[in-house]
Design a protein around this ligand. Sequence first.
Ligand SMILES: C[S@@+](CC[C@H](N)C(=O)[O-])C[C@H]1O[C@@H](n2cnc3c(N)ncnc32)[C@H](O)[C@@H]1O
Length: 245
Amino acid sequence: MSQRIGHFDDEAKVCLYYSVVEAAGRDDALQKESYFSAALAAMPADFSGKRVLDIGGGNGAWSELFHERNAKEVVYLDKSPAMYQLAAERKKTNCLQRMLLLQIGIEEYLEKHNKHRFDFIFSSFSLMYFVHIRELLTTIAALLNPGGEMMIITNILTVENPAAQPEQELLQHTVKIELGNESRIVLDNLIQPLSHYLDGLNDGGVAETSTKFFSSNYSRICPEYDNPYKASLNQAVIYGRKTIR
Ligand SMILES: C[S@@+](CC[C@H](N)C(=O)[O-])C[C@H]1O[C@@H](n2cnc3c(N)ncnc32)[C@H](O)[C@@H]1O
């Protein structure tokens, strides 16, 4: 369950990512993105009585939203010290008393805290760098209470001619993704078909309830990249519910 690419391990890159997002004006640019409003509409309007896990929570904005929507507890985790710091400032400034902050990678969290249980597990653009996404999601799904829900917002790279690249081999390859408009950052995303996510959830007893695809005006395959896999990029909002165990 190793993280092969993980350029977000690189502090400078994580900070650049946020400066790009913020330069474009997070509220204006990202909230106009269709995945964003779809995710907001699909998740519970009220998290009363629910424990929430925010994986790779970044600056803590989503965690704050869960807190605002009355979550009993929000466990935020991020392995980046810089992101943890931003989330800690947010918690302090906005008095988010039911938000628990952990500066830890999801891999280590799963090893150390596998007895924890949640009613809602959320990941927004933090899982695109894991080679073994299927196994990872199965382990994450084990943390859900029966009836609990999971939302994954992610980049899905679709290859035009899968016959040329067998699915299991695709995840060995990365494609350069560009994020931002005036300021830009280039990231390496693994090619992971949707099926790898869904199989992982299914193995963990989570049935997909909906998946919606969106195109983005904010991220694209890097124009300078020659794209040998003929991949196309979409954002996906995957929603599932734990049905067994
Ligand atoms: C693209 S940012 C998304 C942040 C936030 N979820 C959002 O949507 O605004 C990816 C985040 O995942 C974190 N991250 C990357 N790999 C991680 C890992 N293995 N465990 C925990 N966090 C990780 C990064 O530090 C970064 O804050």
